[in-house]
Design a protein. Structure first.
Length: 94
């Protein structure tokens, strides 16, 4: 649900998934990475733009925290002043 209410493409999401989270919460659960994080084991690189309006940065923080809580190694690469098209070379990688 976080994605649906924070993205800049809510109409597309509603059309693509054939409903809202209130109409069909199950499709949103099925398509969310958080649903499957308990099974995650593979070291993961999360690369994200701080100003991404398509997939807002709180979604990346949520995924990172869930993976770290599960003991999955995570490399975080967040580019400042960029959105979906991460072309900026500045970052706060850690």
């Amino acid at each position: 649900m976080t994605y649906y209410v924070n993205t800049d493409i809510t109409p597309f999401t509603q059309q693509y998934l054939h409903g809202t989270p209130w109409d069909d919460p199950e499709i949103y659960r099925k398509t969310s990475p958080i649903t499957y994080v308990a099974k995650a084991k593979t070291p993961t690189l999360i690369q994200h733009g701080e100003n991404d309006r398509r997939v807002p940065i709180p979604n990346a923080y949520e995924l990172r925290q869930a993976l770290e809580d599960r003991g999955v190694p995570v490399k975080w690469w967040c580019t400042k002043d960029s959105g979906t098209e991460s072309t900026s070379r500045s970052s706060n990688a850690r």
